[in-house]
Design a protein around this ligand. Structure first.
Ligand code: PLP
Length: 396
């Protein structure tokens, strides 16, 4: 039989999705599950976006331009201006989700065996995108005890080698909920300029920032024009994960021209979803205000309830809608599967993401899980209670 590529064998399973067969079996066995594993918000998509697709008069569903429709890109640049980010439509390539923007960014700035430094824990698919691109992830640990703040600059500098091409951050962070301060972004800016690296920032959770904090984008930092590549998406902003629209943004013309070649190879981003995403830009601020209030309440509930469980350590997220919880267990892969297969509380259980997959350091995060607070407050309270009861009887 012909053999599978080494790259294919190395591709990690998603820690968020790999337990799905066990969840399906649990449901077949009659259990109800609280899904805390995946960042699929239960928030409604703005009506205006769905209506635009219904109203479209298209009679041939044609390819769009590879870089995305011009009018849509112009409107995205207007959206950024409102966020104090000065980019033109020519600095934007519309992609099939932030996922494709990450792949294009990796492909545009890194060769096989090049290295990218990423504070970990990080969004698990960065591992997958790196393997697909032949790039090596060099992790730099951020600690739960420090609320996952940016590690000291000297630690970054220790990791820089002639193969290092980029630093990738996620701001606000999935899975940590950490929000980088302006000072931290400026420190990163200084390192990338000093060592001639790209700074990639995944800012798909830009709106999800709490407690009166503000988001500072790498695109706002003066002098970083040639170094900064921003990744964005409509998935979380408008609860439009299924639209599959994102974008790559950079003022570096070489990066844009190169990313465009990757974009041309896959022809175009989805046409109907661009119509929905363009309309979504008209979403009133009141929508976001209500959504943010909801997430703050969910976060507060989740953290308060988790802190009541003995032996559980948790960092308070300042943004996005995830948290990492450290549990008094040895192996969260086993624990997460056990929750689905062998545990129930009055016919209910929970599905969580084992955090090991959010690290690339072998053995790191094994006693941690990631929880997405994408469920209503009442469900979160019940879910944490299930976790509490499960921990009382679980044996490693
Ligand atoms: C940090 C981060 N980046 C990128 C993505 C990819 O999003 P999409 O491809 O749906 O835009 C996700 C999805 O969960 C994410 O959490």
């Amino acid at each position: 039989m012909p053999s599978i590529s080494i790259k294919g064998q190395l591709m990690p399973q998603s820690p968020i999705r790999k337990l799905v067969p066990f969840a399906e079996q649990a449901v077949k066995n009659g259990k109800s599950i609280y899904y805390l594993n995946i960042g699929q918000p239960d928030i409604k998509t703005p009506k205006i976006a769905l209506q635009a697709v219904k109203d479209s008069k298209i009679d041939t569903l044609a390819y769009s331009r590879s870089e995305g429709s011009e009018i849509y890109r112009q409107k995205i640049s207007d959206y950024y201006k409102k966020h104090d980010i000065d980019v033109s439509h020519e600095d934007i390539i519309v992609t099939t989700g932030g996922s494709e923007a990450l792949l294009f960014a990796f492909g545009s700035v890194m060769d096989v065996e090049d290295e990218v430094i990423i504070p970990e824990p990080f969004y698990a698919n960065y591992n997958g995108f790196s393997i697909a691109s032949g790039v090596k992830v060099v992790p730099i640990i951020s600690k739960i005890e420090d609320n996952f703040a940016l590690p000291p600059i000297e630690e970054f500098e220790k990791l820089i080698t002639p193969k290092t091409k980029a630093i990738l951050i996620c701001n606000p962070g999935n899975p940590t909920g950490y929000l980088y301060s302006k000072q931290e972004i400026q420190k990163l800016a200084a390192i990338v300029k000093k060592h001639d690296l790209f700074l990639l920032a995944d800012e798909v959770y830009r709106e999800f920032v709490y407690d009166g904090n503000t988001h500072y984008s790498i695109m706002q930092e003066e002098g970083l024009e040639d170094y900064a590549i921003m990744i964005d998406s409509v998935s979380k902003r408008y609860s439009m994960c299924g639209a599959r629209i994102g974008c790559l943004v950079s003022k570096n013309k070489d990066v844009i021209q190169t990313a465009l070649k990757f974009a041309q190879a896959r022809l175009s981003p989805p046409t109907l979803a661009q119509i929905a995403s363009e309309a979504a830009l008209e979403t009133p601020q009141s929508y976001f205000d209500a959504v943010i209030d909801e997430y703050v309440e969910r976060r507060n509930t989740l953290i308060t309830e988790l802190q009541k469980i003995e032996g559980v350590k948790v960092a308070k997220p300042k943004g996005a809608f995830y948290c990492i919880a450290e549990l008094p267990i040895k192996n969260s892969d086993h624990f997460a599967q056990w929750l689905l297969e062998d545990f129930e509380l009055n016919g209910e259980t929970i599905m969580v993401a084992p955090a090991g997959g959010f690290y690339s350091t072998p053995g790191a995060g094994l006693n941690q899980i990631r929880i997405a607070y994408v469920l209503k407050k009442e469900s979160l309270i019940k879910a944490v209670n299930i976790l509490k009861e499960a921990l009382k009887v679980y044996k490693d």
